[in-house]
Structure formats: structure tokens, C-alpha cells
Ligand binder design. Structure first.
Ligand SMILES: [Zn+2]
Length: 221
């Protein structure tokens, strides 16, 4: 049974890692509007001219054109096992466009999977820096890891994400993402298509949860 999935989630939620695993285990196609636009820019000079003019005018690709690009790409791809769509839709209008795309393809969306992650964890993952609030020692999850997860080696205090400009910027992106996408999340929840997956765990554990969900979706068909 084919699976047609939309991935949603804030920066740092690990969507692309999860997508890669599902693609290899289930033979799904993987689409992101960012990749499609980049590919098109590299191969289609006419599109590049159109796009450059938009950027110069301070505009973005409109919904209609984005929809066309997606449909074109999906038609040219092997989607017999289904696909994962990442980074789209971002608005309710685009969600409605996606319905039209699915209609054109003669397929149906199975689920919108929302990767839920506490803001604190997203910041830790993206900055990889933790600090002891008591003694001030700084850890880096990529290099100087604490011996016990989230606990200061020196004084045993629970570590927190280091608050710096980078963390502040990530916090801002995180909140913007949640605010902007809330209407889309609500839209899919009302349609009964929304599934939340808690990704506050190791990649292996998160993927186990994902597989359980995917298997249950397959059985539902
Ligand atoms: Zn300490």
C-alpha cells in the first residue's frame, strides 16, 4: 500500500533524518519545495530569470506557481510507493492546493505527521551547547559531553541550553514556526489527518515510534 505523508515540525526536530530512513525502508519519494526550486533554478534558465526578477522585487514564488512546480515534479517521479512532502504546505491556502494536487494525481493524503519537540530540546540540538546554571561550566554535545546526560560533571546540577545570541535566534525561529503553522496544524486536525510524534528521544527511539505509526497507517488502508 502506498503512503502519502506530509512532515511538519519546528527546526531541530530531525525531519530530514527521519525522512531518509523512511525513504530507504519503504521506497518512498521525498519532496521538499526548497530542493525542487533549487533544482529548477539549476536546470531551467527561463524559470531562473522569472525567479530572479521576483527576488529583486522582494517577492516570493506565489502559491499557484509553487503548486505547479510540485505537481510537475511529482508527475515526473516514481511515487508508486508514496511520498514524503517536507516544508509544504505552510499555509491553509497551500494545504488546499495540496488537495488539488492529490486530486490531479488521483491519490489521497494518508497523514500529516507533526514532529513535536520542546523548545529547550530544539535549542540544545541546534546549538549543541549546554551550561551548568550553578558553576557555569559549558559543555558541547558534539565534543565536550557531560559523563551523565544533562548532568554537570563537576557539581551534579542539571544542565540547561546555553543562552546566547544563537540560542535566542533559534528560539525566535521556533516560535515563529509554531505561530505560522498553527492554522495548518488545526486544519489537518479538523480533517482527522494529524498525527503527532514526540521526537524528544534518541534517533533510534524516535524512528521506532515513527515505524509503529507508519505500520498502523498502512494497516488502516
Ligand atoms: Zn556545575
Amino acid at each position: 500500500m502506498a503512503l502519502f505523508l506530509v512532515f511538519m515540525g519546528p527546526p531541530g526536530a530531525g525531519k530530514s533524518t527521519m525522512a531518509k530512513k523512511l525513504v530507504s525502508d519503504y521506497g518512498l519519494a521525498h519532496f521538499s519545495t526548497g530542493d525542487i526550486i533549487r533544482e529548477k533554478l539549476a536546470t531551467d534558465p527561463e524559470f531562473k530569470a522569472e525567479f530572479d526578477a521576483l527576488v529583486k522585487a522582494g517577492k516570493l514564488l506565489d502559491d499557484e506557481r509553487t503548486k505547479q512546480l510540485l505537481l510537475e515534479k511529482m508527475r515526473a517521479s516514481n511515487i508508486s510507493n508514496g511520498f514524503i512532502l517536507d516544508g509544504y504546505p505552510r499555509t491553509v491556502n497551500q494545504a488546499k492546493d495540496l488537495e488539488r494536487i492529490m486530486q490531479e494525481l488521483g491519490k489521497e493524503l494518508n497523514a500529516v505527521i507533526y514532529f513535536s519537540l520542546p523548545e529547550r530540546v530544539a535549542i540544545e540540538r541546534l546549538t549543541k551547547r549546554l551550561q551548568c546554571p550553578k558553576c557555569g561550566k559549558i559543555y558541547n554535545l558534539a565534543s565536550v559531553k557531560p559523563k551523565r546526560a544533562n548532568i554537570c560533571d563537576d557539581c551534579g546540577t542539571k544542565l540547561v541550553a546555553r543562552e546566547d545570541d544563537e540560542a535566542k535566534a533559534i528560539r525566535k525561529r521556533f516560535r515563529e514556526y509554531e505561530e505560522k503553522t498553527k492554522p495548518v496544524v488545526d486544519y489537518y486536525r479538523n480533517k482527522g489527518l494529524l498525527y503527532e510524534i514526540d521526537v524528544n528521544d534518541t534517533v533510534e527511539e524516535n524512528y521506532k515510534k515513527m515505524k509503529t505509526l507508519v505500520e498502523s497507517l498502512k494497516n488502516k488502508q
